[in-house]
Design a protein around this ligand. Structure first.
Ligand SMILES: O=C(CO)[C@H](O)[C@H](O)COP(=O)(O)O
Ligand SMILES: [Fe+2]
Length: 220
């Protein structure tokens, strides 16, 4: 299994965004997590396509886009054009999940399907083998800097078991409240794509990335 770090720029200093991102890239983060919030699906508003389009040509990282927006199908083409590589949508936000996933694929992106903490993991059963990545939210979506809800890791364990039983090696991403001190709990539960916002961008992004990457590289 490949273990990847996806630094979330939600916690970055936007006046020094380029430098912050570069430090994560130079220290081994192959993904970059881009949180889009619409003030409807979640209470807060973050950033969208124009910011992504500016970042895209400046990095080689995989743009891992987490859409916390209602009816994301409306914006699939726009995010493909802006440079998203993976487009993750929320189970709770889509009227027609299959149509949304089909549109993401048709636009040439990898598919991600996310569940919020209150959504049971069993809803993902019918999508096993159909998406490139599942995202199990480990905090309530909407804000960075929250504390990990440990019960959500039980859902990661269940999902990894369901995938293993079918011989699938699909990526499981965890997002929210992950730091160097608890990342191993998420890995042990079966996650292999680790989002970290505050843990990377609060303080020295380069050093923080190195510390997390060391843990991921040495994990077995
Ligand atoms: O999707 C998100 C919030 O909804 C963010 O990706 C997540 O919260 C990362 O921030 P932190 O690592 O600080 O918890
Ligand atoms: Fe996120």
């Amino acid at each position: 299994m490949e273990y990847k770090l996806s630094p979330s720029i939600l916690s970055a200093d936007f006046c020094n965004l380029e430098e912050g991102i570069r430090q994560t890239e130079e220290n081994g983060a192959v993904y970059l997590h881009f949180d889009v919030m619409d003030g409807v699906f979640v209470p807060s508003i973050s950033f969208g396509m124009p910011v992504l389009a500016s970042i895209k040509p400046a990095v080689k990282q995989v743009i891992d886009t987490h859409l916390m927006i209602t009816e994301p199908i409306r914006y699939v083409e726009a995010f493909a054009e802006a440079g998203a590589d993976i487009l993750t949508v929320h189970y709770e936000a889509c009227k027609d999940i299959r149509a949304t996933l089909d549109k993401i694929k048709a636009c040439g992106m990898k598919t991600g399907l996310a569940i919020s903490p209150e959504t049971p993991v069993e809803v993902l059963k019918e999508f096993l083998g159909e998406v490139d990545m599942f995202l199990v939210m480990t905090v309530h979506p909407g804000f960075g800097g929250q504390k990990l809800i440990s019960e959500t890791l039980d859902k990661v364990r269940t999902l990894r078991t369901m995938l293993n039983e079918r011989g699938l090696e699909t990526d499981i991403q965890v997002d929210g409240g992950i730091y160097a001190f608890n990342v191993k709990e998420a890995l042990d539960a079966g996650a292999n794509v680790i989002v970290a916002g505050s843990a990377v961008f609060k303080g020295n992004a380069g050093e923080n990335t190195r510390e997390l990457m060391e843990i991921l590289k040495n994990y077995e």
